[in-house]
Design a protein around this ligand. Structure first.
Ligand code: FES
Length: 345
């Protein structure tokens, strides 16, 4: 099916690009590696205000807590709540679009592996050298690919650097969590070549465009095993962009040896008052800490939440995990329209 496009023009910043019609403007622009100004994405802060110079948007049933009647009469919209609805859409952004947040095109880079740390049997944390001029996306959801000779497609490896205020990576390194692949050729290549001192070719940054639009409500993230890498990156992005509602992640691992990212969850909890985490383990934890729950999330969740009707819920995992977990949260009154599912077998 041919998709209809909208040509977005923002003359002041010399931006001229196409997005898919009927898609949220902020999200569809991010998918094109262009970060327009936004913060809450919930129609509350007004950071994403823009004036329509030409063209149409669709605002049906969307939220607005900031626009006055006179704003609306003057064609001012919240781009976080608007979908492009014409062939051409010319906008004037009312907050500045900073130079450094416009991300460059993905590039192929020949880079040296600086260090490799085996995190679990399945997952390595690798650090790769890149030119200091390499500007990765400001968004925590950017990822790199590792070019495998003879393979057309590559797995996604989310960049897990800490950003330093201006959102560019100046350290000259990229940090990636690399999980064993389901593809044998990829796996053989990763096993042989992911060693400190080896040279590999990487490509990126790409920006993940599979991201839910979060509501302005308490948000619960539920994820299993390595899916916690992407889930935690979404949380990092939300926290960095000023999301103020309570956020909790419950991640589910088979065994204490498989736990990943607990240190990062702990760091985020220390930095952000609205963030907390719990870890659910199938095999008994050797600790009595209340941080750990024994058993699956579906077994444990009602010990934390008697009612989930006011929560937005994101679930990332395999099909069994999703079916079990969704069943349980529906029993706890979660609303179907407030559940976002990301299936990754
Ligand atoms: S109102 Fe749109 S980003 Fe806050």
């Amino acid at each position: 099916m041919i998709k209809s496009l909208t040509n977005i023009i923002i003359p002041k910043y010399k931006l001229n690009y196409n997005i898919e019609r009927d898609k949220n403007i902020i999200q569809a622009s991010l998918a094109k590696n262009i970060k327009l100004p936004f913060s809450c994405r919930s129609g509350v802060c007004g950071t994403c205000k823009a004036k329509i110079i030409k063209g149409k948007v669709n605002l049906n049933t969307k939220i607005n807590h900031v626009l006055t009647e006179s704003d609306i009469e003057n064609n001012i919209i919240l781009t976080c709540q608007a979908e492009a609805a014409s062939d051409l859409l010319e906008l004037e952004m009312l907050s500045p679009v900073a130079n450094q947040i416009i991300v460059g095109k993905p590039k192929e880079l020949i880079s040296e592996i600086l260090s490799v740390k085996q995190i679990t049997q399945e997952i390595k944390l690798i650090s790769i050298s890149v030119s200091k001029r390499f500007a990765a996306s400001p968004n925590q959801l950017s990822y790199m690919e590792i070019i495998i000779p003879g393979m057309d497609v590559s797995d996604k490896y989310y960049i897990f650097n800490n950003y330093n205020g201006d959102n560019l990576l100046h350290e000259g390194t990229i940090t990636l969590y690399v999980k064993n692949s389901k593809n044998l050729i990829t796996n053989n290549y990763l096993n042989k070549n992911l060693l400190a001192g080896e040279i590999i070719t990487i490509k990126g940054p790409f920006l993940e465009n599979n991201i839910p639009i979060f509501m302005n409500s308490p948000t619960l993230f539920l994820s299993k095993d390595s899916h916690t890498i992407k889930t935690l990156n979404i949380i990092r992005e939300l926290l960095l962009t000023g999301f103020k509602e309570p956020i909790m992640i419950i991640s589910y691992f088979i065994d204490i040896k498989n736990i990943i990212l607990m240190e990062e969850m702990h760091r985020l909890q220390f930095l952000y008052k609205n963030f907390t985490y719990k870890i659910s383990l199938l095999n008994k934890a050797s600790s009595t800490s209340s941080r750990f729950l024994l058993g699956s999330i579906s077994k444990n969740i009602n010990k934390i939440f008697p009612n989930l009707s006011s929560h937005y819920i994101y679930i990332n995992g395999d099909d069994y995990f999703i079916i079990e977990t969704k069943k349980k949260i529906i029993e706890l009154n979660a609303k179907d329209e407030s559940i976002y599912i990301e299936l990754n077998n």
